[in-house]
Design a protein around this ligand. Structure first.
Ligand code: URA
Length: 447
């Protein structure tokens, strides 16, 4: 444990007043928190002070190191292919991991992915994976390594062994509105990536209303911070800054997002989810020196040929689930008791308030309002419209209902329908279309 014993309220007060904490002071606070010598209330106050006042780059680096040092590391040395990991800074309908991880495994990479649960209005890979009945995510370090060796990929939660500091802080940040700090996000993401042991790290940093960094320039700064931390740890690291001004895929909610990812793996489904997933997978191969255009062609062929779908099936089986999910997801995944179609006024879709959509899915039970809440894997929204699409007078878009609400009861469905009326905006003028990939960071310095 670090030797710093400055009274905790004094350090919180310094951060509240815009000051900087030294490495020893920050490490001391984290040590005391993990040893239960600092309350959740005090840690939440410190985090809120940092969210409002800002943590410095040095504080971000110290936090990352301290998070890594709080647990063990996965040693992936000796595996037969290049070891890779990817991570998103959090989005809505953002289920790229279930496409990218199997794609990279199919491309001969060893994918060891440490993921988180839902955070704020955003979904979490671990909650989504656990929506598949029987799937385990609390793998030990030995299990992660053995599974990657056997089937080429593993998706596990930050456990008691791995980055326990992030595990505790993540849960606290989720319910105290203290997520949107570049330093906290960078420390959380990069500690998991570095402890996870992969030598190549691909980051998907989101920008837009549904992201923790709504402005593109802030997302670029976050991407540069994360890439800098990864590179300083000797990992090949790059990032794409991608659009989160509307939900990425066709679904928001845990089981629904698994089904949406499987549709993409089957060669159908959301083009936006497909395109971002292919860009991330190709970017990872590019980091490994496997070309630019060739990499995109390679991963597209693996997706369209069904190889990635098979690898996703391998992942599900290895972690205790039923392989039939890749052929008939809706037969295996939990289904909500109330399913109701909803549509905005007919016209061209101008905006789909992304954060609000995440919050509506959360209100339906797909996310947590308090740390101890149990999520409902079946509930959420299917969203079959994108900005620029036309909703017809019958409420359909290209033959499908604009939105389908999956709820635990009629009252929750009513509530969601009311909230959707404010979130999905249509009009008669043409809509502004935002690019899917804003920026590529960290590719220019590749050898
Ligand atoms: N993803 C993480 O793992 N941590 C964050 O803080 C945000 C997104």
């Amino acid at each position: 444990m670090s030797g710093d014993a400055t009274p905790i309220p004094e350090l919180i007060g310094r951060k509240r007043d815009g000051g900087e904490l030294s490495g020893d002071e920050l490490r001391g606070l984290l040590d005391r928190y993990l040893a239960d010598l600092m309350d959740d209330a005090q840690m939440a106050a410190l985090l809120m002070a940092g969210v409002i006042r800002g943590f410095t780059r040095d504080e971000a680096i110290v936090l990352t190191e301290a998070f890594i040092a709080s647990g063990e590391r996965v040693d992936l040395a000796g595996l037969r292919g290049p070891t890779v990991d990817k991570h998103s800074t959090g989005g809505v309908g953002d289920t790229t991991t279930f496409v990218v991880a199997p794609l990279l495994a199919a491309a001969g990479c060893q994918v060891a992915k440490l993921s988180g649960r839902g955070l704020g209005h955003t979904g979490g890979t671990i909650d989504k994976l656990e929506a598949i009945p029987g799937v385990r995510t609390d793998l030990t370090i030995d299990e992660v390594r053995a599974q990657v060796e056997r089937v080429g990929l593993a998706v596990a939660s930050a456990t008691a062994d791995l980055v326990p500091a992030d595990k505790r802080l993540y849960a606290l940040r989720d319910v105290t509105a203290t997520v949107p700090s570049p330093a906290l996000i960078a420390a959380s993401v990069m500690s998991k990536k570095i402890a996870g042991g992969a030598s190549t790290i691909m980051l998907d940093v989101k920008a837009g209303d549904g992201a923790f960094s709504p402005r593109v320039e802030d997302a670029v700064a976050l991407a540069e911070l994360c890439v800098g931390i990864g590179t300083a740890h000797g990992r090949r690291t790059a990032a794409l800054v991608t659009d989160m001004s509307q939900p990425l895929g066709d679904a928001v909610g845990n089981a629904l997002e698994v089904a949406a990812a499987i549709e993409v793996l089957q060669g159908a489904g959301s083009m936006r989810l497909r395109d971002v997933s292919l860009a991330l997978a190709a970017g990872t191969l590019e980091l490994l020196g496997r070309g630019g255009d060739e990499a995109l062609e390679e991963v597209t062929a693996l997706l369209d040929g069904g190889a990635a779908l098979e690898r996703f099936g391998d992942l599900v089986v290895a972690q205790g689930g039923d392989r039939r999910v890749i052929e008939a997801p809706r037969d295996v995944l939990p289904v909500a008791p109330v399913i109701r179609d909803w549509a905005p006024a007919s016209g061209i879709v101008h905006a789909i308030a992304c954060r609000r959509i995440g919050e509506i899915a959360g209100m339906l039970g797909a996310g947590r309002q308090r740390a101890a809440d149990v999520i409902d894997p079946a509930v959420g929204l299917e969203i079959h419209v994108r900005v620029g699409d036309v909703v017809a007078a019958d409420g359909r878009c290209a033959g499908r209902p604009a939105v389908r609400i999956h709820a635990a009861d009629e009252a929750s469905a009513d509530h969601a329908a009311e909230a959707l009326a404010q979130a999905v905006v249509t009009g008669s003028a043409a809509a502004d279309i935002v690019p899917l990939v804003h920026r590529r960071i960290g590719f220019d310095d590749l050898p």
